[in-house]
Design a protein around this ligand. Structure first.
Ligand code: ADP
Length: 549
């Protein structure tokens, strides 16, 4: 059928036409920046013209290594609307993973923030970056670093007019890409087509999604390299809301100031961010009167956070999702008949990951492949499918084999579903650690530790941590006679060479043996039960994160 496909283009068109004066505000390296949809749409067209002049064509990938700001947001519409693919890169990853990702995606142009240029230069490898013809530094000058082909943003767009004509695109045109590194092994690329981003946007805007409308002032604190800041830049544009971008490494005082000054009504991020804000609010006067709701996801929203924000008159919407689901899958809205139950019962529901959003289907399957009953107790793996759920990884047939069952995505999350249909995550099938909303691969760390000649065995597990959710602790069986203090130093130095410091275990504990399963594998469950005491990491995690998540 000749017709009209589901693409991102009409969202920008509508915002520009209906809300030309609505603002897009960003905290940047150069101070606060303000524009409007009218100005933004011109900038986006100018950028598309510059990308085209730089040789970016239909199906090419445009990488970004940027925090949350207006220029990053420009790439969100410029690349997809011209038929290219926006590939957001997580700067918190180890260099090796960034190399793998850039090579696998074959990015042609990469945008980088001045404050992340050093990280990109450290990851830069001429072979892995062979496809990269231009690096655009989102600032007024190019830092003196080894970044071949680097040009500053203004020079890149100089001389371009805002008259770029968007092409007609098919719904199956790849528009976005994001790598997930949750599981062990190489990161896996998830591609988002125009249609996937369109349908995710529409679902996110609905009441049973995040209920956005044009009166909303939306501040995504979740990084724009995490599944398109959970789709909020697209959804906010679709409804004509005001955008507020908190820029590089916002701390709680920056967030509080932006909420107050810009009248933020909706914000979103991982639990660590909100624990920080709550702590700040305890000691400082913060006017939260504009703030209506906070979307918490990426890791479980703690009950105390839900209750404290309720006391402050701000609703917590607990949401679950994954890179593969673009990301929103479930949201913890209360069903109408639960509105009348007592407060504690309501909080109990809202602590769960929530109700599947309209448009998706899910099922829960036990070890025997049987669907589990919705009784709140029987558990199994969550499988999900729908218009914005990916049906395969980029160039990874082996992962497609293991992670999909027909049209169903196997999420790796072990869940229960109660009689009301609320999904609750009770465990993860994969052996990974999530700290402050970012993955740490325990197996990668173990491999390095076990390469030390005086280590016989090592297992790294996530230990519950109040602020970060989990922190890694290494349990090590040392060779006889080893000098333990020296061993710890050497092991940490080995890890430090390959991984960012927030990956390093907070503690290295010596044990006589690592508990094993019947098949001889490390039993992480037993290690956690026997050894993983939260007091091990209570005071240990330094302020090592660069990002505000
Ligand atoms: P994101 O960038 O949103 O963290 P990932 O694909 O990296 O996406 O991680 C997805 C995984 O994070 C899920 O499979 C689940 O294990 C975990 N997760 C996401 N949201 C929640 C939540 N609300 N509660 C508990 N775990 C969550």
């Amino acid at each position: 059928m000749a017709g009209y496909d589901q693409t991102l283009r009409p969202f920008l068109w509508r915002a520009e036409k209906l809300y030309p004066d609505r603002e897009i505000v960003a905290r940047t390296h150069e101070g606060m920046v303000r524009t409007t949809y009218a100005g933004y749409a011109d900038d986006v067209r100018r950028l598309a013209g510059a990308l085209e002049a730089a040789g970016v064509g239909r199906g090419d990938r445009v990488g970004t290594v940027c925090w949350n700001h207006d220029r990053h947001f420009e790439t969100y519409f410029a690349a997809p609307n011209m038929g290219a693919q926006l590939h957001t890169i997580n700067p918190l990853l180890p260099d090796k993973q960034i190399q793998y990702i850039v090579e696998d995606a074959a990015d042609t142009v990469v945008f980088v923030d001045p404050s992340l240029a050093e990280k990109l230069a450290s990851a830069y490898d001429p072979d892995a970056f062979g496809s990269v013809e231009r690096i655009v530094v989102v600032g007024s000058s190019v830092p003196d670093l080894d970044l071949p082909g680097a040009v500053d943003y203004e020079s890149f767009v100089a001389g371009r007019d805002a008259d770029y004509e968007w092409p007609e695109l098919p719904g199956d045109q790849p528009a976005g890409m994001c790598y997930t590194s949750g599981t062990t092994g190489r990161p896996k690329g998830v591609e988002y087509t125009q249609q996937m981003l369109w349908s995710h946007t529409m679902a996110e805007c609905t009441e049973m999604g995040l209920g956005l409308d044009s009166s909303d002032v939306v501040m995504p604190v979740v990084p724009m390299f995490h599944v398109n800041a959970w789709g909020l830049p697209f959804a906010t544009t679709a409804v004509g809301g005001k955008h507020v971008y908190p820029g590089p490494s916002p701390d709680p005082s920056d967030l509080a100031r932006l909420i107050e000054a810009e009248g933020v009504t909706v914000t979103a991020g991982v639990p660590t961010v909100w624990l920080g804000l709550l702590e700040y609010i305890e000691d400082n006067d913060v006017d939260l009167s504009a703030l209506d709701r906070i979307v918490i996801g990426g890791a479980a929203a703690p009950e105390s956070v839900i209750r404290q924000f309720d006391d402050l008159g701000v609703e917590v919407l607990h949401a679950w999702g994954m890179t593969e689901t673009a990301p929103i899958g479930t949201v913890g809205h209360l069903k109408p008949d639960l509105e009348d139950t007592d407060y504690d019962a309501q909080v109990e529901k809202r602590e769960k990951q929530g109700l599947v959003v309209p448009g998706l289907e899910f099922k829960v399957v036990d070890d025997d492949g049987e669907e589990t009953p919705w009784d709140g107790e029987a558990f199994g793996e969550l499988l999900i499918r729908g218009p914005w759920v990916t049906d395969g990884y980029h160039g990874r047939p082996e992962a497609n084999e293991s992670d999909f069952e027909g049209s169903w995505l196997r999420t790796g999350d072990i869940v229960t579903v109660d009689r009301d249909g609320y999904v609750e995550i009770v465990d993860r099938a994969d052996d990974v650690i999530k700290s402050g909303g970012e993955w740490i691969s325990s197996q990668e760390l173990e491999n390095v530790i076990m390469a030390h000649d005086e280590v016989s065995e090592a297992a790294v597990v996530g230990v519950p941590h109040e602020k970060w959710g989990e922190r890694p602790v290494a349990f090590v069986v040392a060779a006889e006679g080893a000098d333990r203090d020296r061993l710890v130093e050497e092991v940490l130095a080995m890890l430090d060479e390959e991984y960012p410091d927030w990956w390093l275990p907070d503690e290295v504990e010596f044990v006589d043996a690592i508990p094993k399963t019947a098949t001889g594998k490390f039993s992480k469950k037993d290690i956690r039960e026997e050894h993983a005491d939260p007091s091990l990491v209570e005071n240990s995690a330094p302020e090592r994160r660069e990002s505000g998540d």
